[in-house]
Design a protein around this ligand. Structure first.
Ligand code: ADE
Ligand code: ZN
Length: 332
């Protein structure tokens, strides 16, 4: 299965760029920016990556991104991620970034997006990887802060394909952001929301029915509600599942408990993604390998997951068909 997974072209649809900040790069950037970090070395930092839930992870994640200050830091981060994609045969990426995690520390929107776009462009050109950028709002902050971020993003909206909603889920339901997401839709942006990672099925329902999202990130807990599963299937909504993230954040106890096979069986177009690979121990192929082994996925299911990653992307219809035909042409 490992060889099949490596050979398949894949898209990654759920990746937080800040979550791809590997300890080595974090240390290197901290050093060049003269920032002290409370860990003696890369090994000590990596050992701190043990989490008991989403909030425990987020506390470390926001601390980690604090080393990013200058355009070149964001450039290096984005281009390092593209190198990882190339190594894993990930040929299309739709990347989240969290501007509020940077602008709150005094980094300008222009600095961070300039570096991110530069790194994505260079990596895209070097490796022949296509990419889209998705601006995520932090849901623990008020909706009005999101409107402020949207205003800051205005000069770059042509380069931003869609918006997302992430950070602490519990207590921050999708409906808190209904006006902001309506405004984003009116501006032609695609809509994604994290829902059902820790939050209840009701949050997935709100994202789907009240907000009208194009894609749901995680969506695990939707599986608790059969009528919600039927809605997801009827609307053909892609779920971006992140098995190693789920394991690291104790959303599931064992990889065998990943809902991904049950989602496929129910007719949900589920996909496999890495979320925050520097923190959760693996990029896209490692996530595929984990569920392939843990759930005993068939070759057909693995090929289906790779196809779903393109059909659920924000590429146009013709390009999706071309990428899926490439998979068929492998005769895998
Ligand atoms: N930000 C980065 N990773 C996240 C996740 N898995 N859930 C919510 N917010 C996040
Ligand atoms: Zn995520």
């Amino acid at each position: 299965m490992k060889a099949l997974i490596a050979k398949l072209p894949k898209a990654e649809l759920h990746l937080h760029l800040e979550g791809s900040l590997e300890p080595e790069l974090l240390f290197a950037i901290a050093r060049r920016n003269g920032i002290d970090i409370p860990f003696a070395n890369v090994g000590e930092l990596s050992r701190a990556y043990r989490f008991s839930n989403l909030q425990g992870f987020l506390d470390i994640y926001y601390q980690g991104m604090n080393v990013l200050r200058h355009e070149e830091d964001y450039f290096d981060l984005a281009s390092a991620y593209m190198d990882r994609c190339a190594a894993g045969n990930v040929t299309h990426v739709e990347v989240f970034f969290d501007p509020q995690g940077h602008t709150a520390r005094g980094v300008s929107f222009g600095t961070l997006i300039g570096g991110v776009l530069g790194g994505l462009r260079q990596g895209g050109k070097t490796h022949g990887i296509t990419w889209r950028l998705i601006m995520s709002f932090l849901r623990h902050l008020p909706e009005k802060d999101g409107f402020e971020t949207l205003k800051q993003a205005e000069p770059w909206l042509e380069q931003i394909c869609g918006v997302g909603l992430d950070s602490s889920e519990t207590g921050h339901p999708p409906e808190k952001f209904s006006r902001l997401f309506a405004e984003c839709r009116a501006r032609g942006l695609k809509l994604c929301m994290h829902a059902g990672e820790e939050g209840p099925p009701e949050y997935v329902r709100q994202a789907l029915l009240d907000i009208g999202v194009d894609r749901i990130d995680h969506g695990n807990r939707a599986m608790e509600d059969a009528s919600l599963v039927a809605e997801i299937v009827n609307r053909n909504i892609t779920l971006t599942v992140c098995p190693l993230s789920n394991l690291a954040l104790k959303v599931i106890g064992r990889v065998e408990d990943s809902p991904i096979a049950r989602m496929l069986d129910a007719g949900i177009p589920a996909t496999v993604n890495s979320d925050d690979p520097a923190y959760f121990g693996g990029y896209v192929n490692a996530n595929f390998e984990a569920v392939a082994g843990g759930l005993g996925l068939t070759r057909g299911q693995i090929i289906q997951l790779a196809k779903n990653s393109f059909s659920g992307s924000f590429l146009d219809g013709e390009e999706k068909a071309r990428r899926i035909a490439e998979i068929d042409a492998l005769g895998a």
